[in-house]
Ligand binder design. Structure first.
Ligand code: C2E
Ligand code: CA
Ligand code: CA
Length: 702
């Protein structure tokens, strides 16, 4: 049978019938209707031509020689492209068996003999249209699946009544889950969500989705092998006619790549590619935020500008490669001088900026400036060449030197120029007055550094008296600095300085050794057996060598551990309570007495107090001061005393200045008193005469 390819554009009907007359009639009728027609005489021929002609529809008689319609239909369905072609069977009227058989063999529909040609034409038209619709649907399904795959987007559907969750193929792919292995999709899904996001995801699903809101959330999932991916999920609730929520449908999209791209763009916009530090733009943004934060909380902060004086020279002489390396090293060194929440930025060229949030005093900024000058002074080695750079630093503080970004930056810049004029390696505050203070403090620190070796430190001792027996049971050692020009300087002024600069280690050691030796000397001379209190600062307490130091000092001085009491403030102990317990336990085992100093000024947890192996609480003098005027203070002292006694601790009242205070304290059950009323802190020489003149009965006279 010749095939006229020009007819291909018209729908091609393959007519399969052994009845020549009927074929002719059908052909005429269909051709009139605009169809192309191809005829064969039996099922076998139909199979033979099917592949070449690819008809759009087949009209198939049931009873034919060689191969009947059922067999042909069945076989056709197996051929490539044969699965979808509509097959219209021509059966005998009311031949129910044939009709059933036809469907079973894969027929699409049937007409009965005698064939009504008018109906046949419409039937064929209808079937072709339906088939096209199915084709279109298949195509769009296919397209959708492909689009979803490209977009890494899948759809999901949650049936509220049956609680069944259905996922599209792409969702399985995104979650890397085999559909067969899934038993509980919701649980599997939640398990995949990154632990940090799980609570939020659950909350959104419960609060928004199931309560009929539309929502979009972003979260991370953790795939096997610790692959993290970012998902964007949307959902909306579907209602039935009664307004009842029946389903939630939505999409899930893997937006990992987009996020990465966004981050990269952000990095390019906000960071310096060479040093990886924030750039000028981000610096300004952060500064703006820092100023606003500071204003809100009544805090202050500082910004530091610095440039490398001879960078340009090095860059020009040794080339950009060396210049770049130098900048990277400088950036690293600057970063090492900062605390975690400070920002260092490269503002351009060899200019760097630093934001120091939360400064307690101008020393905080000065300290950073000095630290930077110190590290930048160190030699920089690049490919075997040694370089030295000088740094000029300008500091402006907010809100004092300005309360907006522009002004602060301008002023820091001005200060930096001044530092440059002054010469090599120096820093300047914007305000002249601050320079003076910063340098004064610097001088103090330099002086303190030498104070130990120059023997400028000395101890005063303040007696502590037992309120029941009236006996002096101890003294507290309090350090002073006899400054050659400034006279006696209070520990309140130089202990914090010593802490910051690390000098506390040597000063603390000196105090401990001197106090223990002194007590031993008193014990030998006068046969007194008092305890000596020594204050420990935070860094001393945290120092790993503390136990060794104390053991050594006791050994060297020959003082009994029981005659030494270490005073630690409440805040020091509570800061790392668990570690504190450990250290205190070890000290306790050595036989050293332990007391909590300034009690009531920090935050104590009763459960920890119970676990600290301490002997004494020293109630802060602020409570004692107003004990007769402020009923709250009296109540606090009373409560602390009761609690302390329940834990078998002795209570010392500090700063007792008047007889009235003493009487009240006695009433409230305090065990020991210390304060000007009994004695001011006095030099070692005077302690002996104090012992000599102190009478137990004096206590009751007070
Ligand atoms: P603190 O341990 O609470 O010492 C008691 C302070 O109260 C002493 O001040 C003492 O002179 C003062 N004081 C004693 N009785 C009275 C009184 O009746 N009224 C008033 N208003 N004050 C009284 P100081 O000697 O100036 O010491 C201040 C702080 O310096 C001490 O407070 C302690 O925290 C620290 N400190 C002193 N010596 C050392 C030390 O050797 N090492 C360490 N790490 N810190 C020390
Ligand atoms: Ca103390
Ligand atoms: Ca105290």
């Amino acid at each position: 049978m010749p095939i006229d390819t020009s007819e291909k554009k018209r729908p091609l009907v393959l007519v399969v019938d052994d009845d020549d007359d009927l074929r002719l009639l059908v052909r005429k009728a269909l051709e009139q209707e605009g169809f192309a027609v191809n005829e064969v005489e039996n099922g076998k021929e139909a199979l033979d031509v099917f592949e070449q002609t690819q008809p759009d529809i087949i009209l198939m008689d049931v009873t034919m020689p060689v191969m009947d319609g059922f067999a042909a239909c069945e076989k056709l369905r197996q051929l490539p492209g044969g699965g979808k072609v509509p097959i219209l069977m021509v059966t005998g009227l009311d031949d129910h068996d044939s009709i059933d058989k036809a469907y079973n063999a894969g027929a699409t529909d049937f007409v009965t003999k005698p064939v009504n040609l008018l109906i046949l034409r419409h039937r064929i038209r209808y079937m072709l249209r339906a088939n096209r619709a199915i084709d279109d649907l298949d195509i769009s399904k296919d397209q959708l699946a492909r689009t979803q795959q490209i977009a890494r987007m899948g759809t999901w559907e949650w049936d509220i009544k049956t609680r069944q969750l259905h996922w599209s193929n792409e969702v399985y792919r995104i979650f890397v889950i085999e559909p067969e292995s899934l038993t509980d999709p919701y649980k599997t899904f939640l398990d995949l969500v990154h632990p940090d996001d799980r609570k939020m995801v659950k909350k959104t699903i419960n609060n928004d989705l199931l309560k009929n809101k539309q929502c979009g959330i972003e979260y991370n999932i953790l795939l096997p092998g610790d692959f993290e991916r970012t998902i964007y999920q949307e959902g909306r609730t579907i209602f039935n006619e009664d307004g009842e929520a029946i389903r939630v449908v939505g999409t899930i999209q893997d937006i990992t790549e987009r996020k990465k791209a966004e981050q990269k763009i952000k990095f390019l916009a906000y960071y310096d590619r060479l040093t990886k530090l924030p750039n000028r733009l981000l610096f300004k943004e952060r500064l703006g935020k820092a100023i606003a934060d500071a204003n809100r909380h009544g805090r202050s902060g500082a910004i530091i500008f610095l440039d490398l004086d001879n960078f340009k020279h090095i860059n020009e002489t040794f080339g950009h490669y060396t210049g770049d390396k130098l900048l990277k090293i400088a950036a690293k060194r600057i970063g090492d001088c900062l605390r975690n929440n400070d920002t260092a930025a490269r503002l351009g060229g060899d200019d760097f900026g630093i934001i120091i949030e939360e400064t307690h005093n101008l020393q905080d900024a000065a300290l950073v400036a000095r630290r930077i000058l110190e590290t930048m002074k160190q030699v920089i080695v690049i490919d075997g060449n040694e370089f030295y750079t000088n740094t000029s630093i300008g500091v402006s503080v907010y809100p004092l030197d300005g309360n907006n970004v522009e002004m602060l930056m301008r002023n820091a810049d001005a200060a930096m120029s001044r530092a440059k004029e002054l010469g090599k390696n120096t820093y300047q505050f914007y305000t002249a007055d601050m320079n003076a203070k910063a340098f004064e403090r610097f001088a103090l620190e330099t002086g303190l550094r030498k104070a130990v070796e120059r023997n400028e430190l000395l101890l005063h001792y303040q007696p502590e008296v037992d309120l029941t027996s009236g006996m002096v049971i101890g003294v507290e050692a309090l350090v002073r600095w006899a400054h050659p020009d400034m006279g006696l300087i209070s520990p309140m002024e130089f202990i914090p300085l010593a802490e910051e600069s690390g000098l506390i280690t040597s000063i603390g050691e000196w105090v401990l050794r001197t106090a223990c030796a002194q007590n031993k000397a008193w014990q030998m001379g006068k046969n007194t057996n008092i305890r000596i209190g020594v204050n420990l600062s935070a860094s001393q307490f945290k120092n790993h060598n503390l136990l060794e130091l104390i053991a050594n000092v006791l050994e060297e001085t020959g003082l009994n551990a029981d005659s030494l009491e270490l005073e630690l403030t409440e805040s020091i102990l509570m800061e790392h309570a668990e570690t504190s317990i450990n250290t205190l336990d070890q000290l306790n085992r050595m036989g050293v007495h332990l007391s909590i100093d300034d009690f009531g000024t920090g935050y104590s947890s009763f459960s920890y107090l119970k676990r600290f192996p301490i002997d004494t609480l020293k109630i802060d003098r602020s409570f004692v001061h107003d004990i007769n005027t402020d009923p709250d203070d009296a109540a606090i002292v009373k409560a602390v005393t009761t609690m302390a006694h329940s834990l078998n601790l002795k209570v010392v009242a500090e700063g007792v200045e008047t007889k009235e205070q003493l009487a009240t304290l006695k009433n409230l059950g305090c065990d020991i008193a210390q304060g000007y009323l009994i004695s001011r802190p006095i030099p070692a020489g005077k302690v002996v005469s104090f012992f000599g003149s102190w009478r137990e009965s004096q206590m009751s006279d007070l």
